[in-house]
Design a protein around this ligand. Structure first.
Ligand SMILES: [Cu+2]
Length: 486
């Protein structure tokens, strides 16, 4: 147990909770708990919402408006969200490989924004760089001394989509304010499909469920609760006590006794989850962050860190009709120990299957360089290689079309995310990676005092990109670095 996690649990939880949850969970605490002042809703009573699918406004073009809206999250209370089209999650963009797409983002909030398509292989000026800002029309905005690019009112983000089918997501990425702005609702799914995936008999249609998992805390009046900016008590990160799936607290979904494809996304600011099915069962993983695996992998449990995605199939025919299957989080005791519930409502015909061969992912290529990046706390910031974020000062200059080994070391839980580059996990502490590390990824769960080697491929575009910790409070407290693809 690290000094930080020990301090975290002493600060938050008493002995009774310790006894209830067991010691192991606390060793993996990755943020500070912020409790709700509103009464917590009863779990498994709100139906699982499925985010609306965005409609094109012209061939290859979407328009979305970031705006505040009052919505019902906790039954009986209204919550103001900052949402893409006023919804939380934002609309799902259902996209296809090779179909270049422009998403025009209009900002009708009171603050600047930058939208990052997480997992996207995009030109640098559409990547959602933290000082490449869309400012509300009519607001002049200078960003605290950092040279910023300002777009008045709206910006067109261009996505070539020359990439494999994958579960991507988009979210705000504004310098210093990503954590509070995502907490208020600025996040949604973007699914990329392709012919390779279409040819598979995986469950689809109503049996394909995107599940955005995140935690929030609520004030008595239903508004989101969040600490004051850069409150040092929450330097480790903010965890809420209400678990939301697609914006609903501990929802319930009726399913037929058939296979379902669950696209699991951890969109939390800081919370990690260890997901299991109760009363038992397994997840058959078919895809990772950046696309389909070569072959399926069965897991009894999946640890998912902020930013990560797991594309899994669960076969509900393994349960009796009328029974319930609960998705639980074994890293938390109390309310955050539950995520959502499935009710196996009826038998139904099932033509789906999980084939033994899923895809032909790109091969690894030999690394031309090895670099080390150390993720560590300083007095007042979270740093990479001893440096708090300096926009425009790259820590690495990989060459386009090459692969490099990036060795990630850490003092705490740091889910490390690379923009542009997809990678494979080669080793953890010099040993084989975890069963859940398979496939091409863009985010990796680096744990306290761990050394994680990844092989990253720098394909796509030259220009300025970044790596950062996807604990959003760490990110806002400077745990980011530029790299230039040359
Ligand atoms: Cu971190």
């Amino acid at each position: 147990m690290s000094a930080f996690s020990r301090r975290g649990f002493l600060g938050v939880l008493g002995g009774a909770a310790l006894a209830a949850a067991g010691c192991r969970a606390f060793a993996e605490t990755s943020g500070q708990l912020l409790t709700s002042r509103a009464p917590l809703p009863r779990p498994f009573t709100v139906p699982l919402p499925i985010p609306r699918v965005a409609r094109r406004t012209a061939p290859g073009r979407y328009e979305v408006t970031q705006r505040p809206a009052k919505i019902a999250i906790i039954p009986g209370l209204a919550t103001e969200v900052w949402g893409y089209d006023g919804t939380f999650p934002g609309p799902t963009f259902d996209l296809r490989r090779g179909e270049a797409t422009t998403i025009s983002v209009r900002n009708e909030l009171s603050v600047p924004t930058s939208t990052h398509l997480h997992g996207g292989v995009n030109p640098p000026d559409s990547d959602g760089y933290p000082t490449d800002l869309v400012v509300p029309a009519g607001h002049a905005h200078e960003h605290g001394g950092h040279a910023a690019v300002l777009h008045q009112g709206a910006k067109d983000y261009h996505y070539p989509l020359e990439q494999r089918a994958a579960t991507l997501w988009y979210h705000d990425h504004r310098m210093d304010f990503t954590a509070p702005q995502v907490w208020r609702g600025l996040a949604g799914f973007a699914l990329v499909r392709d012919a390779e995936e279409d040819a598979l008999p995986l469950p689809g249609g109503e049996r394909e469920l995107p599940l955005m998992i995140c935690d929030r805390a609520f004030e008595e009046d239903g508004s989101f609760r969040y600490p004051a900016h850069h409150d040092s008590d929450y330097m480790e990160g903010v965890e809420g006590d209400v678990i939301l799936v697609n914006g609903a607290p501990w929802p319930v979904a009726e399913v037929s006794a058939t296979r379902h494809r669950l696209r699991l996304l951890n969109a939390s600011n800081a919370r990690r989850y260890r997901l299991r099915l109760t009363p038992g069962g397994h997840f058959v993983q078919v895809g990772s962050d950046a696309g389909l695996l070569a072959a399926p992998i069965a897991h009894d449990e999946i640890t998912i860190a902020p930013g990560e995605r797991f594309d899994v199939v669960v076969d509900f025919s393994a349960y009796r009709v009328g029974s319930t299957v609960t998705l639980v989080n074994t890293l938390a005791g109390g309310p955050a120990g539950s995520v959502m519930r499935f009710v196996v409502a009826r038998r139904a015909r099932d033509d789906s299957a999980v084939p033994r061969v899923l895809s032909r992912p790109p091969e690894r290529t030999r690394a031309v360089a090895t670099r080390t990046f150390d993720f560590r706390r300083s007095e007042s910031a979270w740093t990479i290689n001893g440096q708090p974020y300096r926009p425009g000062v790259p820590l690495a200059r990989p060459r386009l079309g090459t692969s490099e080994i990036w060795r990630l070391t850490s003092d705490f839980h740091h889910p490390v995310h690379l923009h542009l580059a997809h990678f494979q996990v080669l080793a953890r502490n010099g040993r084989a990676p975890a069963a859940t590390d398979g496939g091409w990824k863009d985010t990796v769960d680096v744990r306290p005092y761990e050394v994680v080697d990844v092989l990253a491929r720098f394909d796509g575009y030259r220009g300025r990109y970044m790596m950062h910790c996807h604990n959003l409070e760490h990110e806002d407290m400077a745990m980011m670095a530029d790299f230039d693809v040359v």
